[in-house]
Design a binder for this molecule. Structure first.
Ligand SMILES: [Zn+2]
Length: 411
């Protein structure tokens, strides 16, 4: 069997991994958004595709799989629905920014038509491979992908071992031969989750008691819903804007992926969805907590609300996810200056950066290796894959590969 890395080799972005025996299966086909302009994985001919989850760095280039040939693309229902939403939005954003998009709306429609919906642990065949998706605990619907043709290959996708408010931790097969593992936090230990959640509540509580506004720029899929659950006690004080609204509605519709669908649906009833211009104009006066995409302040309504509270010393801006080096969010946390090339100003509100990651950290990733007992590991989707691979070899005495894009490994 051949495994070829078409994207995400030593980088975070454009995940795409080809597994080839008699059939050629591509697992994920994503886009790398930062740095601009967006870049896409290596193009090849495939017999089938499988998608792990609805984040653009995993699903963002899948319409290309529907462009020339009609190949089946397997994923679960919520991933298709969230993914379609993200694909349409990414095309809008790319056009607005003046970047070309290598596919059209028609290709997205064709992709939807070619998609085969599968459930967790349901076996499906692609040639000689028996395939299945396993709950990866990262976002609703996120999956690790198991391919078995006598030899078992498990691709983790983005994965989280620990349960969150929104999701259970990942489920894993007992024994695999080759493990293709994400490495986002391969060299790091995360802060204590409960303490980070408490910090978020404390900052919001203090901001409200000082009559300020807490602005939480969030990723639409996954993080928005997790933050809503952490701030559950404040539900009637929260206003939601940007793509987080539609993402939350879709996720509520597919409750079976959640730890507590009833709790999430009830919570959503109490939250104010900002739709009209009038709603938005009054938002910072009426609601002490505003959750809105984009998570790194690269765009979306969150930028507007930041402009409205920038001179308010009692207000706070709270980031809860990874901030890319050259993002406006990262610069704001370091300098208190907002600069998105269209406008630049000083922000007087307090700025916070909490870690509520949906990725396993080093000990979680080691736990995955311990549980799946692979003969060899391939490290992808990380900026420090080399150091992570070295630590795996030291700990488990097995070979750990660090392939570059376009590199082939025979297993
Ligand atoms: Zn992801």
């Amino acid at each position: 069997m051949k495994i070829k890395i078409l994207g995400s080799g030593n980088e975070i972005g454009k995940s795409a991994i080809l597994v080839e025996d008699k059939k050629r299966i591509v697992m994920d086909y994503g886009v790398r958004i930062q740095p601009e302009p967006p870049t896409y994985p290596i193009r090849e001919k495939f017999d089938a595709g499988i998608v792990s989850h609805a984040h653009l760095d995993h699903i963002g280039a899948t319409p290309l799989l529907a462009q020339r040939e009609k190949i089946p693309v397997f994923m679960n229902d919520v991933t298709l629905e969230l993914g379609t939403m993200l694909l349409k939005d990414s095309m809008k954003v790319a056009r607005k920014e003046g970047f070309g998009v290598p596919f059209s709306e028609k290709d997205v429609k064709r992709l939807v038509k070619n998609t085969k919906i599968v459930r967790y642990k349901e076996q499906f065949k692609i040639g000689e491979f028996s395939c299945s998706l396993w709950d990866a605990g990262h976002i609703p619907g996120s999956s690790s992908i198991l391919l078995d043709n006598g030899k078992k290959v498990l691709y983790t996708g983005d994965i989280q071992t620990r349960q969150s408010k929104l999701l259970n931790g990942c489920k894993l097969p007992e024994k695999v031969d080759t493990l293709i593992i994400e490495s986002t936090y391969g060299t790091r230990t995360q802060e204590n989750r409960r303490l980070e959640e408490k910090k978020l509540v404390d900052i919001v509580e203090e901001t409200i008691s000082n009559n300020g506004v807490a602005l939480v720029p969030v990723l639409a899929v996954g993080r928005s819903q997790e933050v809503l659950l952490i701030l559950k006690e404040y539900a009637d004080k929260i206003a939601l804007d940007g793509m987080s609204k539609l993402a939350s509605e879709i996720i509520a519709d597919y409750g079976s992926y959640l730890r507590s669908p009833k709790e999430f649906r009830e919570l959503l009833q109490k939250v104010k969805f900002l739709h009209s211009e009038r709603d938005r104009k009054e938002a910072v006066k009426k609601y002490p907590i505003i959750l809105s995409s984009a998570g790194m302040l690269g765009g979306g309504p969150a930028v507007r609300y930041l402009g409205e509270i920038k001179s308010c010393e009692h207000c706070s801006v709270i980031f809860t996810s990874y901030l890319a080096e050259d993002s406006p969010g990262k610069m704001l946390t370091e300098t208190k200056i907002f600069d998105n090339e269209e406008e630049r100003y000083k922000v007087k509100s307090s700025i916070h950066h909490l870690e509520l990651s949906a990725h396993a950290d080093k000990s979680g990733l080691f736990d995955i290796i311990r549980r799946t007992k692979p003969e060899q590991v391939i490290c992808v989707h990380g900026e420090e894959c080399k150091d992570f691979a070295k630590s795996i070899e030291d700990e488990f005495k097995i070979q750990a590969f660090v392939p570059k894009n376009n590199e082939v490994i025979r297993v």
